[in-house]
Design a protein around this ligand. Structure first.
Ligand SMILES: O=C(O)C[C@H]1C=CC(=O)O1
Length: 111
């Protein structure tokens, strides 16, 4: 299942700078691990804002919530989640379906 996730990050201004740096470093490690395992195929910075637009490829809303809440910055993230369905006019329908099946099979193998 694909989910569009729009994240707005608001780290409190009075947070100790060293603690904020540590949070960002840990966030990067966790985010990159999830990208490497294929469940976070798109991560884009929203130009001009401390925000991102992401696509997650997971089996369920519960799995998505577990991933999002594992992010070190989670307490400071406002996440808006939109489930995605295939658009009937999308020309890459078959490719997307094949990719989705392959990545679902890969995820099953990893478990
Ligand atoms: O910077 C952000 O957008 C928040 C978060 C998402 C990935 C990551 O490394 O940090």
């Amino acid at each position: 299942m694909l989910f569009l996730v729009q994240m707005e990050v608001r780290i409190p201004h009075d947070l100790d700078p060293a603690a904020a740096d540590d949070l960002r470093a840990r966030e990067r490690d966790v985010a990159q691990a999830i990208q490497r395992d294929g469940r976070w195929p798109h991560l884009w910075r929203v130009a001009g804002r401390y925000a991102n637009v992401s696509v997650f490829d997971v089996d369920s809303p519960d799995e998505l919530h577990a991933l999002l809440s594992s992010l070190p910055l989670f307490p400071f993230i406002d996440a808006r989640v939109t489930p995605l369905a295939r658009h009937p006019s999308a020309i890459d329908h078959e490719t997307a379906a094949a990719f989705e099946q392959a990545s679902a099979a890969e995820r099953r193998e990893r478990r």
